[in-house]
Design a protein around this ligand. Structure first.
Ligand SMILES: [Cu+2]
Length: 515
């Protein structure tokens, strides 16, 4: 049920608070503790050092196996929804057990509803109703202007219209999916829901805490799940997934292959202390987890999970025949090549007050800086049915660069994204041409997790984001202008919000053809 309704019942709210308080009081080496559950998502060295002081036994935990498991570190973007569903499912059982209340279910923070636009009051107060009793749902590092009610979510973020209107679950060439892509490991094209509302809400709640010169917990991956509001945020992300599935006219887009659906990539520790981890297919079908929402309606059929293509035990030759054209092209073609078409290495500084532009004056063409991801294959191994997106602009390609002739996708890559403070605005990227100066939306910059430098045990990764601009590039030869436009995460209820410059920098931009 919605958090707003849930919070109206004092007994329910007390049960949630009790569960969280009990978990927080458990030693971090206990898999049912707050630390363990949050670290399962991600954690940093400071949090670990603090936990070690309280409980030397955590040094014996197999951290590699159980912690830092969230798929925000270059795993394919299609794992975002599935992993987080499995994660909150297991968490909910531990919370219920800790509260001693079999009826307790995680409420969801419905930010699209009129009573969900502000930070939830039950989580905001440091102490309970004028007492000195700490509120277990409080977290000290949050964006104060938002949690004290000075600002509320903008329509853009709260309603996430483009995300909810997406026709495809998984990304198809030229069309970013609601849930991302199962073939984009390494440099993801984030799924629509992962950037908005998911990432936007993380940035709004966490923000930048000027008093301590640090990001709020929610705006940084390794600290996010330590804030209790993380769980009601992710419960809503899971519910929005269900709502999207109930909306008529939705399709899967490219269906993932069976081996991907049947893989069991993750392990969690359940309430009883046993390792569990089901297949992606298992978590995709929410009936398996008994995940139910008040928006459920048997009269509204949901988009069904694609049936298994191959019967177990079928002759090997049947695989190719049955799987045929339904698979994602990138997945079918391990020999895929990437060709750089144009690059701009002068950094762009994005500001909350104005759109900044970067011109790609020359029509895109295969340049000298090409690189192949893997040794090129013979013509037979290239996609047979690929849309021929690119021919006009690659006429001058060197002979070994025939790849763009049958390019399946054109990507706009933003490299080396960084910021000084967790940004108080979001940024949308548009691609415009002389014929369309307004430009078409390429995507939103996913600033939540743009940098990974503070995650325990992980080397700093250069952050790359990719936008599939195949559709836009197909319609024009350019020249292209990339526009980085700020949008409001929140609106102020009193004075106009101050637009803070957060030192957001995009190191370089590239157009890349994938074939
Ligand atoms: Cu999240």
């Amino acid at each position: 049920m919605t958090l707003a309704d849930f919070a109206k019942d004092p007994a329910r709210l007390a049960s949630l608070r009790r569960g969280v308080a009990v978990m927080k009081a458990r030693p971090p080496s206990d898999h049912r503790s707050w630390f363990w559950q949050a670290a399962t998502h991600a954690y940093n060295d400071a949090l670990y050092a603090d936990a070690l002081k309280r409980d030397p036994k955590i040094a014996t935990v197999d951290a590699k196996r159980y912690w830092n498991q969230c798929p925000h570190f270059g795993q394919c973007s299609a794992d975002f929804l599935i992993w987080h569903r499995a994660f909150i499912f297991n968490f909910e059982r531990i919370l219920r057990d800790a509260a001693g209340d079999p009826a307790l279910a995680l409420p969801y923070w419905d930010y699209a509803a009129p009573d969900g636009r502000e930070f939830p009051a039950a989580f905001a107060a440091e102490f309970l109703d004028g007492t000195k009793t700490p509120n277990p749902l409080f977290h000290p590092t949050r964006n104060y202007d938002f949690t004290n009610g000075d600002t509320q979510l903008s329509d853009t973020v709260a309603l996430a219209r483009t995300t909810m209107a997406a026709p495809n679950f998984y990304s198809a060439p030229g069309q970013t999916g609601f849930a991302g892509d199962f073939a984009d490991e390494g440099a993801p094209v984030s799924g629509l829901i992962e950037t908005r509302p998911h990432g936007d809400i993380h940035m709004v709640v966490g923000g930048w805490i000027s008093g301590i010169d640090a990001n709020g917990a929610m705006s940084d991956i390794p600290t996010a799940a330590f804030d209790p509001v993380f769980w009601v945020h992710h419960a809503n992300i899971d519910r929005l997934w269900v709502r999207w599935m109930q909306t008529p006219g939705k399709t899967w887009g490219p269906a993932p292959p069976d081996f991907w659906l049947d893989e069991k990539p993750w392990v969690f520790v359940d309430v009883g202390g046993n390792d569990i981890g089901e297949s992606r297919r298992f978590y995709l079908e929410r009936a398996n987890l008994d995940v139910r929402y008040d928006i459920d309606n048997p009269a509204k059929p949901e988009l069904a999970v694609p049936p298994r293509r191959i019967m177990v035990g079928a002759a090997p030759g049947a695989v190719a025949a049955v799987a045929g054209g339904a698979m994602n092209p990138a997945m079918m073609s391990p020999m895929s090549r990437e060709t750089e078409l144009a690059a701009e290495n002068v950094p762009v500084n994005a500001t909350p007050n104005a759109t900044v532009t970067r011109e790609f004056g020359q029509p895109l063409r295969a340049g000298r800086h090409h690189h192949a991801i893997s040794p090129g294959g013979s013509g037979n191994e290239e996609m047979q049915n690929a849309p021929r997106a690119m021919p006009p602009m690659v006429g001058a390609a060197a002979p070994e660069l025939n790849a763009p002739q049958n390019a399946t996708r054109v990507l706009l890559e933003l490299h080396d994204i960084s910021f000084v403070r967790a940004p108080a605005s979001g940024f949308a990227v548009y691609l415009s041409t002389p014929a369309n100066p307004e430009g078409a939306l390429a995507g939103l910059i996913d600033l939540f997790g743009a940098t990974h430098k503070d995650v325990a045990g992980m080397a700093a990764m250069q952050s790359v984001q990719r936008f599939d601009v195949t559709g836009i590039v197909k319609q024009s030869h350019g020249p292209f202008t990339v526009r980085v436009s700020p949008y409001d995460l929140v609106v102020s209820k009193r004075t106009p919000a101050i637009k803070r410059d957060d030192g957001i920098r995009i190191g370089s931009m590239k157009f890349v053809a994938v074939s």
